[in-house]
Design a protein around this ligand. Sequence first.
Ligand code: MN
Length: 207
Amino acid sequence: MTAQRGPQLEEYRRRRDFGHTSEPKGGRRPRTGARPAFVVQKHDASRLHYDLRLEVDGVLASWAVPRGPSTDPRDKRLAMRTEDHPLEYRDFEGVIPEGEYGAGSVVVWDEGTYRNLTERDGHEVPPGEGLAAGHLSIWIEGRKLSGGYALTRLRRPGREAWLLVKRADEAADPARDPVAEQPESVLTGRTVEEVAAGRRSRRSRAR
Ligand code: MN
């Protein structure tokens, strides 16, 4: 048995039929030593959105960002908290079949690691505590996104609505629009449309 993840993945598993979807069931042990993972998946579901996922306590804490991340500190992007995903999900790219939860195509839009910068009264707050308290400050080292971002939960009863905001630092760039300008997968170069059409990766076609 390798189910070390605890109850956080129950909702993830309850929503999916692993006989039909190729998404990972999860069960690998949490990594140790390495910096925690950061990933954004572009998900062309019934509504297109971007799934921001951060490795926290052995799972991927997740938010659905309808407009995707911005590099402009003036933008406040709504980020709806969704169920935790297994760590293996960070390189999932493919088609979730019709009739399954989240049906549609997925590409790994950005990936890398992050550093936790969350503090309270000058002391570091672990990411799991920040998540529970409704505020995370992180430094992202991705391929499309980098620098500081703040995630802050809104005081709205019932739903887990958060805001994702770029910090005003050297990686901020209001002139960039990575969502529009860089739609492709950082793993395979494919767009969600190419994944939906079943095209192979540009890298493998080039061989
Ligand atoms: Mn999604």
